[in-house]
Ligand binder design. Structure first.
Ligand SMILES: Nc1nc2c(ncn2[C@@H]2O[C@H](COP(=O)(O)OP(=O)(O)O)[C@@H](O)[C@H]2O)c(=O)[nH]1
Ligand SMILES: [Mg+2]
Length: 291
């Protein structure tokens, strides 16, 4: 119990100002990401209950397995954990297409309004408008937490995940923390290795508290809290090594726009390819007609 108390106190007492004046940052946004149904909302409920010393509640709605396409979190909802730390339950993604990917980067870069429904954006201009409205969020320090269920086993597209995680790092300046949920699965060791091979440094296996099983144990509490202490360790390092937060924000926005631009170019190419295919089809059909 002492260990859990000690970790909780450290998290509750953490202040950015104690760290070189916080370099102008005044808040930490823990950005929680990952595929649908992998345990993002459950992680939030678990951490809120431990740190706030409250009875377990499903503050963030948890999937029961009966909902259409498994998705419950369509809003991007924030949960204030302490005076300094907020947990953000981002919209979970399905098999990622380029639109979804772009929207995830926009969520990650913290340019979308909190507590509103997330609608996947459609164009480059959408991103430009959002970037313009993002000045207020400059004072938030972003920590990416990537949630992946060990039960899923290794991904069939590890390179896509790797590129995504690397972009997360570019967008926030912090290498994502990999949180492996459902860690009693026999696939855990393989999954862990896959993320190590991608170059990830912080990989933490946890077991969430869930509606059917939320009796607290010191083992589960300690692992869950270690996700936050690891995040704070990365925050400290980031603040110590960052020279100019404003320039950093501007760089991030540039990156976001260039990714949106790449996507737009790919869209135009795709449309051109489709048109050429259709014309070829038409020509073939005409040939048959005259035959
Ligand atoms: N056994 C076990 N089940 C979990 C764990 N985390 C989440 N779940 C279950 O997995 C399902 C999806 O969880 P949820 O938090 O809604 O996932 P989200 O879509 O990523 O927010 C729910 O049925 C949870 O009860 C875990 O660590 N262990
Ligand atoms: Mg959820």
């Amino acid at each position: 119990m002492e260990e859990v108390r000690g970790l909780t106190k450290k998290i509750l007492d953490y202040r950015l100002e104690n760290n070189g004046e916080g370099k102008g940052y005044n808040h930490i946004m823990m950005q929680i990401f990952g595929y649908m149904g992998n345990g993002k909302s459950s992680l939030i409920n678990s951490l809120m209950s431990i740190v706030k010393e409250e009875r377990y509640r499903t503050l963030a709605p948890v999937a029961t397995g009966h909902e259409k396409n498994g998705a419950l979190t369509t809003h991007r909802t924030s949960y204030p954990l302490t005076d300094t730390i907020t947990l953000v339950d981002n919209r979970g993604f399905g098999p990622m297409d380029s639109y979804e990917e772009q929207e995830i980067y926009a969520q990650l870069a913290n340019i979308l309004p909190l507590n509103e429904k997330v609608i996947w954006e459609k164009s480059f201009m959408d991103t430009v408008i959002k970037v313009q409205g993002s000045v207020e969020n400059r004072k938030d320090l972003l920590v990416p937490l990537y949630i992946y269920s060990a039960e899923q086993g290794c991904s069939s597209k590890p390179n896509d995940i790797k590129t995504f995680l690397q972009n997360c790092q570019k967008m926030t300046g912090i290498l994502p923390i990999i949180v492996l949920t459902k860690s009693t699965s026999s696939k855990l060791a393989g999954v862990c290795k896959q993320f190590q091979d991608m170059g990830m440094e912080s990989i933490i296996a946890i077991e969430n508290y869930i509606p059917e099983n939320n009796i607290r144990t010191p083992g589960k509490d300690t692992k869950l809290l270690s996700v936050l202490t690891e995040a704070l360790r990365l925050v400290d390092f980031r603040i110590q090594t960052l020279s100019d937060p404003e320039a950093d924000h501007n760089e991030r926005m540039k990156l976001l726009l260039s990714l949106a631009n790449e996507r737009e170019i790919e869209k135009v190419r795709e449309e051109e390819r489709k048109k050429i295919d259709e014309e070829l089809q038409m020509k073939k059909q005409k040939k048959w007609y005259f035959w």
